[in-house]
Design a protein around this ligand. Structure first.
Ligand code: NAD
Ligand code: 0WE
Length: 269
């Protein structure tokens, strides 16, 4: 029997077929899940609707996660369409483009606020409403990045937002454990998506990680399969975790010497 037979859930953060949310959606659909989608704005509607239709989704609604009213509205519609849900995927992040470059010390108050609001607070806001639709428990998953833990040049305020997101995963896991709701994150390696290609130096990062990681770069399908595990009953009692789907990049302390430029005395060693 399919892993998600009879299970239904909501996906936030589908923009197009390259989205990590789409890799997750396909993995869940293959296992029999019923999926509801919410997208960020009118312009994405024409991209998201055909994708949702291709996985037989009965629910596609707009929702800007910066608005409590929009979120309340979305959950009211979800409640009437689904009754209850079993899982929720949060695959949303945003910082103003001028903050993803230059010096971190120059981060503006407004840029910081927006990055933390959209990329971190939104998880808390969604989890609070999801809880109402999960009377028998459930599973919540968000997406993070290694820049939360270690400095990644240019990731800047997004690194701070992801650190806050990972801490929020732990506090939500503690809080919602008593409701039998699990909350976890996947820390994915760099993947070429809409959000990633809008970033200067992303191509170089992708290439570097591909060279250094024991198993090279990851793709949306890799993340999808890990997400399906964490959202499923196979992961019972796994909560508050950050699972790396990064080809092993995070274990490395230095790259293979074969990849490095020769130093001043290259004849030694
Ligand atoms: P993506 O552009 O496909 O997805 C980002 C989504 O965030 C989009 O669907 C966008 O509409 C949504 N969004 C932005 N502002 C929003 C708002 N106000 N309301 C509702 N939705 C909003 O890119 P992606 O790479 O698939 O990103 C998904 C998640 O994965 C993000 O959290 C990102 O930080 C994380 N992530 C990405 C990578 C990578 O290299 N691509 C690596 C690790 C983690
Ligand atoms: O989380 C991300 C990117 C999220 C993101 C992307 C954009 C581009 C367009 C957030 N906000 C915006 N704002 C925009 O205006 N990633 C994990 C991908 C990423 O971003 C980087 C990376 C990687 C990897 C930035 C610098 C260095 C590496």
């Amino acid at each position: 029997m399919a892993l998600f037979a009879g299970k239904k859930g909501l996906i936030f953060g589908l923009a197009n077929k390259n989205s990590i949310a789409w890799g997750i959606s396909q993995a869940l659909h293959q296992e029999g899940a019923v999926l509801g989608f919410s997208y960020a704005g009118e312009i994405l509607k024409k991209r998201v609707e055909p994708l949702a239709a291709s996985v037989d989704s009965p629910f596609v609604e707009e929702c800007d996660v910066t608005s409590d009213e929009a979120i309340d509205d979305l959950f009211a519609r979800a409640a009437s369409s689904f009754g209850t849900i079993d899982f929720l995927v949060h695959s949303v992040a945003f910082a103003p483009s001028e903050e993803l470059g230059g010096r971190f010390v120059d981060t503006s108050r407004e840029g910081f606020r927006i990055a933390l609001d959209i990329s971190c607070y939104s998880l808390v806001a969604l989890a609070r409403r999801a809880r109402q639709l999960m009377p028998e428990g459930g599973s919540i998953l968000t997406m993070t990045y290694y820049g939360a833990e270690k400095v990644t040049p240019n990731y800047n305020v997004m690194g701070v937002a992801k650190a806050a997101l990972e801490a929020s995963v732990r506090y939500l896991a503690w809080d919602l454990g008593k409701d039998r709701i699990r909350v976890n994150a996947i820390s994915a390696g760099p993947i070429k998506t809409l959000a990633a290609s809008g970033v200067s130096g992303f191509r170089k990062s992708l290439h570097y990680v591909g060279q250094v990681a024991p198993m090279g770069n990851v793709d949306q399908e890799d993340v999808g399969h890990a997400a399906s595990f964490l959202l499923s009953d196979h992961a019972t009692h796994i909560t508050g975790a950050v699972l790396y789907v990064d080809g092993g990049y995070n274990i490395m302390g230095a790259p293979d010497p074969a990849l490095m430029e020769a130093g001043p005395s290259s004849s030694e060693a």
